[in-house]
Write a protein that binds this ligand. Structure first.
Ligand SMILES: Cc1cc2nc3c(=O)[nH]c(=O)nc-3n(C[C@H](O)[C@H](O)[C@H](O)COP(=O)(O)OP(=O)(O)OC[C@H]3O[C@@H](n4cnc5c(N)ncnc54)[C@H](O)[C@@H]3O)c2cc1C
Length: 373
């Protein structure tokens, strides 16, 4: 089978890898360098964690996601992941941590509730200001995202069944005929075309632009005294909802940067626009950091990074068949990287085995009761 994949972020790379492993001849088109530093997948890290609010389907998928990463580590010959455990906090009336704990208890992966008063004893880097409930689970950690896409791009370049076309924007896609036309006017045909164009997807699939909304997000990298960095370099990751911000903290595992971000979606912006950001845009997030982290006044903002992803209304992924030979692959909504290897493997299985595309779409949307196998 001949396959074309458009987009060299984690989704396009993992799908190319999985299709080639399944015996397909794959041509991968990426508009920029591979990997593209402006892609959603290109940042020092992305988190993988079991707590998932009410999204039972995605919480259940995490074990399969870990297994898929293990297969990738095997093929790459290196593990680009560090475990940290997951600390979920809530305050100010928000109940995401409680709902996550209830969901995980229901699927047999219980979290442990921690006493808020004891938090600073167990994690001396934290103040518990504003925290009402705290839950812990040993699983979860940091995927070294830009190292993963870099290693995967290198791996694909060495796979005999894959041809990589970097610096080659695709201008249009005909999902009925299995055809793409590149910016230079060249026509390429295949049995299947997978479009994994991240925040640019609305340009290639305008009918989906209203469902898949680009969202400009800012993360903050901090410079901090060596003692603080050493303390945080043992974890944990923190996911916190307080009602004002949806803070996540990525500890500086294995020498990587120390980062916080706000999971609240901006639902605005254009991935082609400038990527400048100012500290006043993250004022609420910095206020929350000041309240939550001990010694925060000694920390300095090292850099702000602007990154785009697509969001859907209900944060569910869109992986859907289009026409006779096309697939749209947009498993994002700000939480897709952790499922990158799994999404690629499962889409390749569906394409190669002829599994029901509707069942696949429901599974990727995290809807219960369906598994693609
Ligand atoms: C700030 C931030 C924090 C996040 N945190 C997490 C997290 O902790 N955990 C998690 O699991 N996920 C997280 N995510 C989400 C995750 O990064 C994304 O879901 C994932 O990287 C999306 O991958 P993708 O391949 O779909 O898109 P991208 O990585 O954006 O790749 C799309 C690629 O398609 C290319 N392209 C576009 N149009 C064309 C064209 N016409 N022709 C050729 N090529 C084209 C682009 O150049 C790009 O390289 C976060 C995202 C952001 C921005």
């Amino acid at each position: 089978m001949k396959a074309i994949v458009v987009g060299g972020g984690i989704m396009g790379l993992a799908t190319s890898w999985a299709l080639a492993r399944s015996g397909c001849d794959v041509r991968l088109f990426e508009q920029a360098a591979l990997p593209n530093p402006l892609a959603s997948s290109f940042d020092e890290h992305r988190l993988i964690r079991h707590p998932y609010g009410d999204h039972r389907g995605y919480a259940r998928m995490i074990d399969d996601a870990f297994a898929a990463w293990d297969l990738l580590w095997h093929d790459l010959g290196e593990r680009l992941y560090a475990p940290t455990g997951t600390l979920a906090l809530s305050g100010n009336g928000a109940d995401w941590a409680q709902r996550s704990a209830a969901t995980l208890a229901a699927i047999g992966r219980p979290m442990q509730e921690l006493s808020v008063a004891d938090l600073p004893k167990r994690f001396p880097m934290l103040n518990a200001t504003g925290v009402e409930r705290a839950f812990w689970i040993d699983t979860g950690g940091v995927l070294f995202a830009q190292d993963i896409v870099t290693a995967l791009a290198r791996h694909l370049a060495a796979m005999p069944k894959v041809t990589v076309h970097a610096g080659t924007p695709v201008r249009s896609v005909d999902p009925e005929r299995g055809r793409v036309i590149t910016a230079d006017g060249a026509i390429h045909d295949a049995d299947v075309v997978v479009v994994a164009a991240g925040a640019w997807i609305g340009r290639l699939a305008p009918s989906l632009a209203a469902r898949l909304v680009p969202s400009r997000q800012i993360v903050v990298y901090f410079d901090m005294p060596a003692a603080d960095r050493a303390a945080w370099s043992r974890g944990p990751m923190i996911i916190e909802k307080t009602g004002d911000v949806g803070l996540y903290l990525v500890p500086p595992m294995e020498g990587r940067g120390f980062k916080v971000g706000d999971h609240e979606f901006s639902r605005r912006g254009d991935p082609e626009a400038g990527r400048e950001a100012h500290e006043d845009e993250v004022g609420l997030l910095l206020d929350r950091c000041r309240a939550l982290f001990r010694g925060f006044d000694r920390w300095r903002t090292e850099r702000l990074k602007v990154c785009f992803y697509t969001v859907t209304e209900d944060e569910r992924f869109v992986v859907e068949k289009q026409g006779a030979a096309g697939w749209i692959m947009s498993p994002c909504s700000g939480h897709g990287f952790k499922f990158g290897a799994l999404m690629g493997l499962e889409l390749a299985r569906t394409i190669v085995s002829g599994r029901d595309p509707a069942v696949h779409a429901r599974w990727a949307a995290g809807l219960e009761g369906d598994t693609p196998s």
